[in-house]
Design a protein around this ligand. Structure first.
Ligand SMILES: NC(=O)c1ccc[n+]([C@@H]2O[C@H](COP(=O)([O-])OP(=O)(O)OC[C@H]3O[C@@H](n4cnc5c(N)ncnc54)[C@H](OP(=O)(O)O)[C@@H]3O)[C@@H](O)[C@H]2O)c1
Length: 284
C-alpha cells in the first residue's frame, strides 16, 4: 500500500491517480476529510492528518510500502522558514516512527545549495534529516514548475506577459504531470537506497520563448515585459502572500537571474511541453 500526501495539489494528485491506474492500493493523506471523498470514490483509503502533526502522520504512514511526501507551501505564514522547519520536524518524526519501506520526497532544483535559494533552503535542510531516518529514500528534485507561469497570465487582461525572470535566460521548467509520473514510477520500482532524481522538462525555455507560446495560444502577439525585481515583494504581498514568503521568492528569483539556481548534474528530461500546460491553464 502506498501513502500519498498532497492529493488535492499538483503533484500528489498525479501520483495517486497513476498508482490507482496501475491497480495498486493507495491511502491518501488529507487534512480536510471532505477532500478525501473523491479519492474514496476511486477506491483509495483516506487518512486525515496534517503534515505538521507527527502522531497523525505516523498513523497515516503505518504499514506503507512506499510514501509520497512533500513540504507544502504556506504562502501566508508570517515566518515561512519557521513553518517549514516545524513541518520538517513532524515529517522526520513520523517517518522515523512508521518506517515506510520507501519514501519518495518532493525536493527541488538547488536543494544541494547551502544558502541564497529562498524557500528551497528548507528542502536543503530537510533532505539529510529525512535520509537519516529513511535509508530507502528517493529525492525528486524538479526544476521550476511550468504551472508557475500561470502567475503571469492574469496580466493578459492588460495585454502583457510580465516576468521577474531575466527575459533571455533559459529556465529549466517542468510540468507537474511529469513530476507525478516520475514519482509514481519511482514508487512502483521500489526502494533503491538513497537516490536523487533531478528532473526538468523537455527543453529549457526563456520567458520570451514562453511568451511566444502564450501568444500562439491566445492568437495575438503578447509582449513579454520585464518586471523590476524591486517590485516583486510589493506585488506578491498585494496578491496576499506574507512578507516572509515574498522575501523568500525574491531571494530565489535573484538566484535564478544570477544563474545560481541550477541542477547539480544533468537532469532527467520529462515529456510534457509548456504548450500543453499553458493551454490547460488558458482553457485552450
Ligand atoms: N513551484 C515550484 O516551482 C517548485 C519547484 C520545486 C519544488 N517545489 C516544491 O513543490 C511543493 C508544492 O508541490 P505541489 O505543487 O504538488 O503542491 P500544491 O499544489 O501547492 O498543493 C499542496 C498540497 O499539500 C496539501 N497540504 C498543504 N499543507 C498541508 C499540511 N499542513 N498538511 C497536510 N497537507 C497539506 C494541500 O492540501 P489542501 O488542499 O488541504 O491545501 C495540497 O494537497 C513546494 O512546496 C515545493 O516544496 C516547487
Amino acid at each position: 500500500m502506498f501513502v500519498i500526501a498532497g492529493v488535492s495539489g499538483n503533484t500528489g494528485s498525479v501520483v495517486a491517480n497513476q498508482l490507482l491506474a496501475a491497480g495498486r492500493k493507495v491511502r491518501v493523506v488529507v487534512r480536510d476529510a471532505a477532500k478525501g471523498e473523491p479519492w474514496a470514490a476511486k477506491g483509495a483509503e483516506v487518512a486525515v492528518a496534517d503534515l505538521g502533526d507527527a502522531d497523525a502522520l505516523a498513523a497515516a504512514l503505518a504499514g506503507a510500502e512506499g510514501a509520497w511526501l512533500l513540504l507544502p507551501p504556506n504562502v501566508g505564514a508570517a515566518d515561512v522558514p519557521a513553518y517549514q522547519e516545524q513541518l520538517t520536524d513532524a515529517i522526520v518524526t513520523a517517518v522515523g516512527r512508521a518506517r515506510p519501506g520507501h519514501v519518495v520526497f518532493l525536493s527541488s532544483v538547488g536543494a544541494h545549495l547551502p544558502s541564497g535559494t529562498g524557500p528551497i533552503l528548507a528542502l536543503h535542510n530537510a533532505e539529510p534529516r529525512l535520509a537519516a531516518v529513511a535509508p530507502d529514500i528517493t529525492f525528486v528534485r524538479p526544476g521550476f514548475f511550468m504551472e508557475n507561469w500561470g502567475g503571469s497570465l492574469g496580466a493578459l487582461a492588460q495585454g502583457i506577459f510580465p516576468s521577474f525572470y531575466d527575459l533571455d535566460r533559459p529556465i529549466d521548467h517542468v510540468a507537474t504531470a511529469d513530476i507525478g509520473r516520475v514519482a509514481a514510477e519511482a514508487l512502483l520500482a521500489g526502494p533503491k537506497g538513497h537516490r536523487v532524481i533531478e528532473l526538468a522538462g523537455p527543453v529549457a525555455q526563456t520567458p520570451v520563448e514562453v511568451g511566444a507560446v502564450v501568444s500562439a495560444l491566445v492568437g495575438k502577439a503578447i509582449p513579454v515585459v520585464p518586471a523590476p525585481i524591486e517590485a516583486l515583494v510589493p506585488t506578491f504581498v498585494s496578491f496576499g502572500l506574507s512578507a516572509s514568503m515574498a522575501g523568500l521568492y525574491e531571494e530565489m528569483t535573484r538566484a535564478m537571474n544570477a544563474g545560481k539556481l541550477v541542477f547539480e548534474g544533468a537532469p532527467v528530461r520529462g515529456i510534457v511541453p509548456v504548450d500543453q500546460v499553458l493551454g490547460r491553464l488558458l482553457g485552450r
